[in-house]
Ligand binder design. Sequence first.
Ligand SMILES: [Zn+2]
Length: 375
Amino acid sequence: MSSPPATTRWPIDDILARTDLAALLDEFAQPDQRARRWHCPLDDHDDNHASVTMHRDQRGHERWRCWSGDQGHRGDAVDLVQAVRGNTRAEAIEELATRAGLQPGRELPPIAPRKPTAPPAVALDERVVAYANICARLLWSPLGEPVREWLHNRGLGDEVLRANHVGADPGRDRLRRSRGIPYGAGPGATFPALDANSQIRYVQTRALEPRPGYGKYDNPSAALAPNPRLTWAVPPSITQPGQLLVCEGIPDALIAAQAGYRSVGLLGTNALDPTVAARIANLALRDHLDVTIITDNDDNGTGKHLGQQLAERLSDGGLVATILEPPKGHDLTSWANESGTWAAHLDRRGLDARLRGDPPTNTGGAALQAVGWAQ
Ligand SMILES: [Zn+2]
């Protein structure tokens, strides 16, 4: 006669709902609070990158994941206890039940409110979207002509401009606006940042003639729109389906999109919040894309540093990315305008890999949960 299987006295959903995974990770793993990450708590992983992030799955359960790529370094709170203690599932559940104050025969204690796992979300103000949409219409009006010409001179054609809702801000004396919308001292090109569903989430206004002492770009105030850190550019038609190019800034991402590539634009060189690599990895692994990072080849090395940092974070997530450098002093826009054959460098690389017989990259991963709180 065999012994009955170990059973638990409480529904697993109750245990998980009463467990604060972030607090548990704080206890079991070394936190890197600044970035809301943890160093991997598992003994066999000497993790100096703080590779563990948290997210909520579709059922609302909190989960953790170590981006080392080890399939065992992830799961819910029960998996975490098991992994750290090396005990059985029943024992891990028992420990969590005890921690949550669950006792046989007693009424269940209330579920405690938990600390938010993300900064309080700022809702996108509809005035920001309205501004981007109005400017997108104005681009094709007589008022938008100087901006259209400026965009064309930068190598951007009408198709890609329309597909990405690029617009013309004629300036504040021609277009009234509320506080917090880009100021508009003079005419500027508006570049919306789009989410993965091509919805406008943000907008950056590039002054045609930047005022001395101000940056080239003006953004909405943080109170009106959270900076999404990246944009998913819309190619007018995808002619390079297996590839994803990661570019610095929205205009460069549009150049890549125009050439038929799926592309991501990073918004600013400080764009690497913890969700950026996760969001890119997520999509690339899901759709089996080869990822190439094309950052500015500027004199001070900012672009190079950004590219290397991103490649490293993606590789923590099990994603292979290649860096392609424009010639010295160029970004993708100026490179593309100087040489119509820039994309041949990408094709060449793929061809070299096939000639060497390399296996295709980024085909092994299952779809990942994005850790992001932004879209
Ligand atoms: Zn790990």
